[in-house]
Design a protein around this ligand. Structure first.
Ligand SMILES: NC(=O)c1ccc[n+]([C@@H]2O[C@H](COP(=O)([O-])OP(=O)(O)OC[C@H]3O[C@@H](n4cnc5c(N)ncnc54)[C@H](O)[C@@H]3O)[C@@H](O)[C@H]2O)c1
Length: 284
């Protein structure tokens, strides 16, 4: 259902890789809500070809950019604002990748060159986008910027590896830049901390299916889907949330406030019983 929440707004959306991507769903919803925007992703991901389908569906173009490269970002901002015939009212950063995770390096055996890449791609790119936009004055007064985060920024989750450090940095950048852009142009900057979601980036995390299942059992409302995340992000891009800034906003079905749930406890008990039978021990 459309509420015309973004009617007349122009935007820039990073990170739609395929129809599982959170950014893909945000683009679809933004289009439904009346926005015009440009899509962008790395040249490599563009060669996979799927983002062109999304562009057709949303009646727009894709401008390639590696978000870690300033020259790419400047070209993107120039071409994007020209195509839209105006500055951006909203920007979505939906970018994450850890070469350490990809190469199976554990957190106590990180490659530091790869760690730098993880931080650059998944967090510092957010700073680069904001700095480039500010330099070119490319975001309108009362604009809204959102980046996607994960609760591993605050809590330790087995297997999330150096992405946890990247998310902590990402959330800090949202606060630090949120202060500057807020006081200067009333532009708000927030991160949305999303439930585990079955996407290409998500599935790369070690033990992701178990993490997904655990979060589902722990969350009173269940895991939030990519579509539900898109709905939430649309409200943050809309004029209904003009005084929300410098926040990390949990969109996780209640997971972040839970300690132990009945559903998770049942599985834990079953596991204990199984183990006790196996070890021929009685539980105390
Ligand atoms: N899937 C989850 O469980 C989950 C949970 C919480 C937060 N997030 C976050 O959501 C965001 C989007 O991820 P997703 O789950 O939709 O997966 P995804 O794999 O669909 O999206 C990740 C995107 O990052 C892009 N990217 C990688 N390197 C880039 C670079 N140098 N420049 C520009 N783009 C680059 C990829 O091409 C891809 O489109 C990420 O920040 C991720 O950490 C995901």
């Amino acid at each position: 259902m459309s509420y015309n929440l973004l009617k007349g707004k122009r935007g820039l959306i990073f990170g739609a890789l395929n129809d599982k991507s959170i950014a893909w769903r945000v683009a679809e919803r933004a289009y439904e809500e009346g926005a015009t925007f440009v899509l962008t992703n790395t040249p490599v991901s563009m060669r996979l070809g799927e983002i062109d389908e999304l562009a057709k569906q949303c009646n727009t173009i894709v401008i390639p950019a590696d978000a870690t490269k300033i020259a790419d970002l400047e070209n993107l901002i120039k071409k994007g604002t020209e195509y839209l015939d105006g500055n951006f009212d909203f920007v979505l950063h939906s970018i994450g990748m850890s070469p350490n995770v990809r190469k199976g390096r554990k957190y106590d055996d990180l490659d530091y060159g790869l760690l730098s890449q993880t931080l650059d791609i998944s967090a510092i790119s957010f700073h680069k986008i904001l700095q480039a936009c500010r330099k070119h004055d490319a975001i309108n007064e009362w604009g809204s910027v959102v980046a996607l985060s994960y609760i591993a920024a605050q809590r330790t989750l087995y297997g999330y590896n150096d992405m946890a450090d990247a998310k902590a940095l990402l959330e800090s950048i949202a606060r630090s830049f949120g202060y500057i852009y807020g006081r200067e142009k009333n532009i708000r900057i927030n991160t949305v901390s999303q439930s585990p979601t079955m996407t290409t980036a998500g599935s790369g995390i070690m033990g992701f299916e178990n993490l997904f299942d655990f979060a589902r059992r722990m969350s009173p409302l269940g895991n939030a889907t990519a579509e539900e995340c898109a709905d939430y992000v649309i409200t943050l891009f809309s004029d209904l949330t003009r005084k929300v800034t410098m926040q990390n906003l949990y969109h996780d079905g209640g997971y972040s406030s839970m300690g132990m749930s009945l559903r998770a406890m049942k599985i834990y008990n079953e596991g204990l019983e199984y183990r006790d039978v196996k070890n021929d021990k009685t539980r105390s």
